[in-house]
Design a protein. Structure first.
Length: 321
């Protein structure tokens, strides 16, 4: 009888540990990194590098899943349908975690309640970008052109940072602009090149190659400092519109309820990636900066950024969806 009880107790302990969510055994199977934007976006590019880093550090298979649509809300919901075990990870931005709650009249999830912050990855500014043949050569000429035209200039947005930067610029410049939404930045840039739309506030990682090829031109960046990769391009404040600064960010989140030790392990893996010299060099090359953060620091940053987006929506009088 004692032997049977011992075996039964051992089986119970084994069963309790079979969820595979303790840090000692994590990861023991495939990890899915869900990205709310299409391939070719800045978030996608850095996530694929993160996937390689985690895979090399753990010998786990790490897969990147692109789920664009609804300004990232579709991807967010897909993560919330998965188990809270650290095997479905949301590599996302301020779009889903701080902006959308201020841009939509109703949300299918609560970004603060339903997700647990894990780690930061990068911050990245936006750039007022036009095709090379566009008649305005700088911000002053762009504003003058917009005021002289009967029909508003159009701008595309591939994410909420892209839209928020343009709406803030529109308000500060005192001009009318027509918003055209897209599922991701690559298609926006294609339509800017074709002349389908007039401009876009694009992230450097997505647009920099086309700028270097001479097909696109950048009039200003929304960061507080000029980019090292584009030192001749003025900041939006230098171009005459102080108060129009906006910086996007990328971070790692999991479903709320994921074990703390798994979150700590994911933070360790992500931070190791962010602090590598190769990563720092890559981020600098695309106009971004490393964003190192503990789970608590990322949560506080998210809360502050949510308030910042509320201010942007109010200041620019952005109409909620």
């Amino acid at each position: 009888m004692r032997a049977c009880l011992t075996i039964a107790f051992g089986l119970l302990i084994a069963l309790l540990g079979m969820d595979g969510t303790d840090a000692a055994s994590y990861p023991s199977r495939r990890i899915n990194l869900v990205v709310p934007f299409p391939a070719g976006s800045a978030t996608d590019a850095v996530t694929r590098r993160l996937a390689e880093s985690i895979g090399a550090a753990t010998n786990a298979t790490v897969v990147v899943e692109n789920k664009p649509g609804a300004d990232g809300n579709l991807a967010a919901l897909s993560v919330l349908k998965a188990d809270a075990d650290g095997y479905t990870i949301f590599v996302t931005t301020n779009s889903t975690q701080s902006a959308n709650v201020n841009l939509f009249n109703s949300m299918p999830y609560d970004p603060a309640r339903d997700f647990a912050p894990v780690a930061g990855i990068m911050t990245i500014p936006m750039m007022l970008t036009v095709k090379a043949e566009f008649p305005a050569r700088n911000v002053a000429e762009f504003i003058a052109l917009a005021k002289a035209r009967e029909k508003p200039l159009s701008f595309g947005s591939g994410n909420t940072s892209s839209r928020g930067a343009a709406e803030l610029f529109r308000f500060r410049a005192g001009i009318a602009m027509q918003h055209v939404p897209y599922r991701g930045m690559p298609q926006v840039l294609t339509d800017v090149l074709s002349g389908e739309i007039d401009c876009v506030f694009a992230d450097p990682a997505s647009a920099q190659g086309l700028v270097q090829d001479g097909r696109l031109r950048v009039l200003a960046v929304t960061s507080s400092e000029r980019l090292a990769t584009m030192p001749a391009v003025p900041t939006i404040a230098e171009a005459g519109l102080p108060g129009s600064e906006l910086t996007a960010w990328v971070g790692v989140f999991v479903r709320a309820g994921t074990p703390d030790d798994v979150i700590a392990r994911l933070n360790e893996l992500t931070t190791a990636f962010v602090t590598r010299e190769e990563t720092k060099a890559y981020l600098e090359s695309v106009g971004a900066k490393p964003f190192r953060a503990t789970p608590g620091e990322l949560g506080a940053f998210q809360e502050a950024d949510t308030k910042r987006w509320a201010e942007i929506v109010a200041i620019a009088k952005i109409e909620r969806k």
